[in-house]
Every structure is written in structure tokens, then in C-alpha cells.
Write a protein that binds this ligand. Structure first.
Ligand code: ZN
Length: 161
């Protein structure tokens, strides 16, 4: 079991954070961005970056080659729909995607929008960790949190239709 501290300060003990989120045991702040038969999209507000989305499988698997054919199709379709919504509702021009199989959770892909301010941390993939840490430590002001929550609502709305 792992102890997870939620953004509201409460702690919960779970086997797997992704299982807890995709099964609805933990409600992500701002709610669910999108849900399909096999996948669940939400924002981790511990990293308050507008339009950041995490797409997690509902099944507890770790590796890409564990996806069934149906899940693979659902995955790439959901990923593309979210990407399109990021562009159309939030004007996001570029997104960084990353996913590691040796996670302590389970299969989940980060979709991190690229903003101008991020270039001070470097031009490419090496800047991602510093960007996330900067967001977590310095961007949790009330104003920015509100923007982040509004962006989740906008994405939700776009993905509903
Ligand atoms: Zn899991």
C-alpha cells in the first residue's frame, strides 16, 4: 500500500493510484476530463499546468504490448480527441507526451502542453522535469488554479460532443 497525499491535504492509502483514479475511488480535482470504455482522462492538479491531461488505462497493466487490440484503438482515438480539444479550446500548439512502463502506478500517458515560459527550462525533453517541478512549487496560486480548473471544464465540454 502507498500513502498518497491529495491536493486538498487529505491522505489515502491505495495499492495503485491509477486504479484508484480510474475506478472512481479518488475523484481528481476538477473531475474527469473524459472517460471511454477502456481509458480515463484527468488532470493531476499537483502539477497546475493549464490543459495538462493524463490518460490512464482502466486495466492494471504496465506495458504498451499488454494492450488488447480494442484497447489500442480506444487509446489512440482518445489521445487524438483530447489533443484536438486542447488545440481547439485552449489554443495549444504543441504537446509533449510521455509514458514510462516502470511506473509505480499503471499505464498512463502524460500530455503536457508546451508554453512559451517553459523554454527558460530548456528546449526539449530535458526541460520536462524542471517544468513540472516549477509548476508544482510555484504555480499553485489561486489565480492559476482557477485557470487550470476552467481549462479542465473547457476540455470536458469539448469532449462531450
Ligand atoms: Zn492499477
Amino acid at each position: 500500500m502507498r500513502k498518497i497525499t491529495l491536493s486538498n491535504g487529505n491522505t489515502v492509502e491505495v495499492e495503485c493510484l491509477s486504479c484508484a483514479l480510474t475506478s472512481g475511488l479518488i475523484e481528481p480535482e476538477g473531475g474527469v476530463v473524459m472517460e471511454t470504455e477502456f481509458f480515463h482522462a484527468h488532470q493531476d492538479v499537483a502539477y497546475p499546468i493549464k490543459g495538462l491531461v493524463i490518460l490512464a488505462s482502466k486495466r492494471h497493466i504496465k506495458c504498451l504490448d499488454e494492450l488488447t487490440e480494442e484497447e489500442r484503438i480506444d487509446y489512440i482515438t482518445a489521445l487524438s480527441q483530447i489533443r484536438k480539444a486542447q488545440r481547439e479550446t485552449l489554443g495549444i500548439e504543441h504537446v509533449y507526451y510521455f509514458y514510462n512502463e516502470d511506473t509505480t502506478h499503471h499505464f498512463h500517458t502524460w500530455m503536457v502542453p508546451r508554453y512559451e515560459w517553459m523554454y527558460e527550462f530548456g528546449r526539449s525533453v530535458e526541460s520536462v522535469r524542471p517544468v513540472l517541478l516549477h509548476a508544482r512549487n510555484n504555480m499553485n496560486s489561486k489565480g492559476n488554479m482557477k485557470e487550470v480548473i476552467n481549462a479542465i471544464s473547457a476540455l470536458k465540454e469539448a469532449l462531450r460532443s
